[in-house]
Design a protein around this ligand. Sequence first.
Ligand code: TYD
Ligand code: MG
Length: 481
Amino acid sequence: MAKARSSYSCTECGAHHARWLGRCPSCGGWSTLVEHSDAPAPRGAEFLASSPGLAPSTKPIALRDVASGGTPRLHTGIAELDRVLGGGLVPGSVILLGGEPGIGKSTLGLQLAASVQARGATVLYVSGEESVEQIRLRAERLPTLPEEMVLLAETRAEAIAEPWRATSPALVLVDSIQTLQTERVESAAGSVGQVRECAALLAAAAKATGATVVLIGHVTKDGALAGPRVLEHLVDVVLMFEGDRGHSYRVLRAIKNRFGSTLEVGVFSMGESGLEGVGNPSELFLAERRAGAIGSCVVPLLEGTRPILLEVQSLVAPASYGTARRTAIGFDEGRLALLLAVLARRGGVDALNCDVYLNATGGVRIVDPAADLGVALAIASSRLDLPLPPDAAAIGEIGLGGEVRRVARLESRVREAARLGFKRILVPASEQSERAASRGPAKSSRLDAMARTSGAQLVPVDGVADAVAWLQDSGGAESPR
Ligand code: TYD
Ligand code: MG
């Protein structure tokens, strides 16, 4: 087939050019030109022609005539995945599953395929990365072997159409979108132009046939690879699979979801036989905790709307030479420096001249500001050589004035902590005073009610100094060094 003509457009200013240039003559941006096809309609339209019965209606319709009750869904049978998708796969939609190489995207894809296959639906698995033998090897590690799944080791986008027509699958998996290449544009596989064109083609085919398409895409830490970013507006759902390769814990997050909330997250653990949903992540994270250890504090974080308990550990050591070291794993180093300064100036715990190490256990990356108070307490505990009580947890964001600020969803965090046996929970005092003031003096505060329902003792703290004083009162017996 003859190569289709293509042209280039600038991603910054939108100007069109007949050939590729390193710098856009219109806006002066460097490397901003991407290729796209000049062919009139996407190839996916062929699917429409070949399967007229499945063609979606494009007639205008009054809103009242649109059936209510939401979109029909195909449950995946993987609870954590269904939760993130908002109930299951939507026919005719396109899902982008992104993540760093080696995080487990292919494994999740294969498990999804197996699960959908087990429900009697046909699955077409297109792999441009692995041979069919490699896929079989991986599949044998997983709990169920999807024997009927149709495999296709292919990198040419056009070659998918025929098996697609022949098998009429309910689910088409493409691993990965970066390996796919269409004749419509000339650039190399994995380039922005190719990735976008291939995805558009598959999206059109999904709409035409009613199949759900899952595109697997790699992203690097700095997003350098052409990929998922350029696809976000093209697809219906963007899922990111995150985690630390050295740990088993994985989080599946929805960045965009046209059919559900982006607040839900799925939690998995990668084991010997694939990914397993983790219904109780807190228990997983606290399993190795040594209760009452110096420099350790438990913080209830939010992953989406879900509270998850995590241990933060800190080690404060005398700086041996030169400037003091700051090393944080799973926590922002700038934030750590800020908390150290606030602790020194407002909390009376000076670790500014010491080496400070901080570790969020389990390979989790903490972004929730509510962890501030727990991090500060872990540092203070190590600096003062005083352990926190084993049943203590801390919730609160810390401001530059040393004040402990309110956080989102305090109640669900408190409930999760209490459920796991944490009976003394430090919470922002501002939560109490403001609410109580607005309701009048006679009413009991929200914190009292929370303490009653959760069965935990809530310790309201105004600022870091309060928290440190509480640590000194209730922590170990020795006096601070
Ligand atoms: P993979 O799904 O290939 O990652 P991606 O497609 O995102 O690049 O899996 C990556 C890692 O997972 C790999 O190092 C091996 C590991 N793994 C397990 O630990 N257990 C398993 O059952 C499987 C299939 C893989
Ligand atoms: Mg892979």
